[in-house]
Every structure is written in structure tokens, then in C-alpha cells.
Design a protein around this ligand. Sequence first.
Ligand code: PLP
Length: 353
Amino acid sequence: MKKHNFSAGPSILAQEVIKKAADAVLNLNDSGLSLIEISHRSADFVSIMEKAQNLVKELLSVPDGYSVLFLQGGASTQFLAVAYNLLKVDGKAAYLDTGAWSAKALKEAKLFGEVEIVASSKDKNHTYIPKGYEIPADASYLHLTSNNTIFGTQIKEFPTTNVPLVCDMSSDIFSRKIDVSKFDLIYAGAQKNMGPAGTVLVIVKDEALGKSGRQIPSMLDYQVHASKDSMFNTPPVFAIYTSMLTLEWVKALGGIDAIEKINEEKAALLYNEIDNNPHFNGVANKEDRSLMNVTFTLADESEKELFDSLAKEAGLSGINGHRSVGGYRASIYNAMPIESVQALVDVMKKLNK
Ligand code: PLP
């Protein structure tokens, strides 16, 4: 039976990408060698790294003056690397608290200096994105989380400010158009929209670096990684190669414009059912709804057993909500086909008969 994987991760990738990645592990480009055996200093791997970096630049129209890095340690390591590199000694950092991942990011920054939370959606269990907050003009940076994977909210419009913007885009990078020039630093764990867990993408404005006045351990120093072209230490070759394949796949689909349109259609299909089917309620504030993680609950909890069994029968997997929200969460990342979203909607309609 066909399975429809609505899991929030680790990674949801196109079938053809997974197949090509598997082939390369056995035999990279008919070289008779495995991708994971060749030297990361070989011409073959150097060209994979360059291709991946260039595709990021091309797809997101990254302006000159930015470095594109493929690092390790996940987005969670960037929570502290960001503060190490950008939070000035004796300075303060501003954070918008929109959920569990923002909270984890600001917890790490507190190890380095003063943190001001400009606004928080905690009062309503992070079901909305705060707006109209003041940004302290003397902050080293304002940190945002563009998509809140757990709660199903997404920042639709990024603030315009003179304070440098830093953004965790782990769960919506490459899903919609972004203006990279608005940000001093963007980071995103590869898993979900780009590749398997194991690498994290960092896009950083070169001139923002080297100004924090801190001594930074080499592995956390973006300047060190930029100067070595993400090869300061052994790079995670499989995760980077698979990310490159996904970026090629996005490009072949028509780039970010095309994928954004498909994502809007998928999300509209599902939210439309949530809004029109009296058996379900949406969790997130309508104007802040995520196009990647759709959170909803049953209007009548006694229908849970029935809904769960209909979902299982239809091959839907991974739709349980995060334990801190409850209900259901359908993650509809780039690689999720609209037919799978339709399969979920068809099951929801069965409750409404
Ligand atoms: N930030 C966001 C928005 C996430 O969704 C996640 C993981 O799901 C993380 C950070 C943590 O990423 P990692 O597991 O790569 O450290």
C-alpha cells in the first residue's frame, strides 16, 4: 500500500533524490568508488561542494558578500555559534520567542550576555506570531525563527530594522522566496527540506563577522569555516551530496517560485478542509499559519479512534501532533506530493459524512 509520510522529520526527500543518493553510496558517477569512501579533498568531492554552494546562491539569489557554509552540529549548535560570533562583548541580543526552538536558541545566547526577549507568544501556547514589538536599537542582532515546526506558525513578513537580523529557517528554507539581503545570518538544519540530518546550512554576511570581540573556538568560528570553504574538518559528505541532489531537484522543478506555488496549493487544500469541516479545528492563528507544518485538532475527541484507524487504513503516517500541542500535525514539506495531502483530506471528509 502507498504510504504518505507526514512526519516532521528528520528528513522528507523526493524519492528520486533518495534513489540517486543510494546509488552514489554504492558507486559514485560510475567511478567504481563509493561517495562515502572518496577523499573529501578529491576533485570529485570538491566539485560536489562547489555545486551545492552555487545552487544555494542561485536558488536564493544570495548577494555578493555572503558566505555559504555546510557545517555540522545541527541547528542546535548554531544557537550558540550565532552568539559566539555576533553577540558583542558587553552587548545584548534581542530574541523573538515564538516557540520551543526560539526558547532553546535564546537559552544558549544567555551564556554569552544579556538577552532581551522583544515579544513572546507563550501566553497562548505559541499559536501566533507577535507583531508590532520594539527592537532595541543597540542590540547586536535580532534572532527570529521563521517557521515554528512544533506549533505550526510561520513569520510571513520579516521586520525592517537597522538591527542585524539572524534567522533560524530550519523548517522552511527553500520553501518560499526570501530576501537574503535583509539578513546578516541565516541557518537551517538540512533535514526536512534539503537533505538528511548531518549538515547545517549557514548563509552569513562576511562583513558581520570578526566584530564580537570574543575568542571563538575554531569549530564554532564562521570565519574559520568560510576561509576553508567548509573544509576546515572532514565535511559530512553524504549529507552534503544529498542536499546538492535536492537543490538540483528544486531547480529542475522551476526553482523557489515554482515550489512556493506548489506549497501554497498544498497548504490551501488542507487548511480549506480544516476550516470547512466541523469535525476539525485549526490550532494556529489564521494569518500566521505555516505552509510547512499544519496543526489541527478534532472538535470531538471521542472521534479519535475512528479518525486514527481511517488514517492508518489510508496509509497516512506521522500525523500525530507534538506532545506539547496534542492533536495532529501534518508536515507538508517540499517533497510531499499534493496527492498525499489529498489522501489526508479524503480521510478527513469521511468523518463529515
Ligand atoms: N530549529 C527548528 C525550527 C527546528 O525545527 C529544529 C528541529 O526540528 C531545530 C532548530 C533543531 O535542529 P537540529 O536537530 O538540527 O539541531
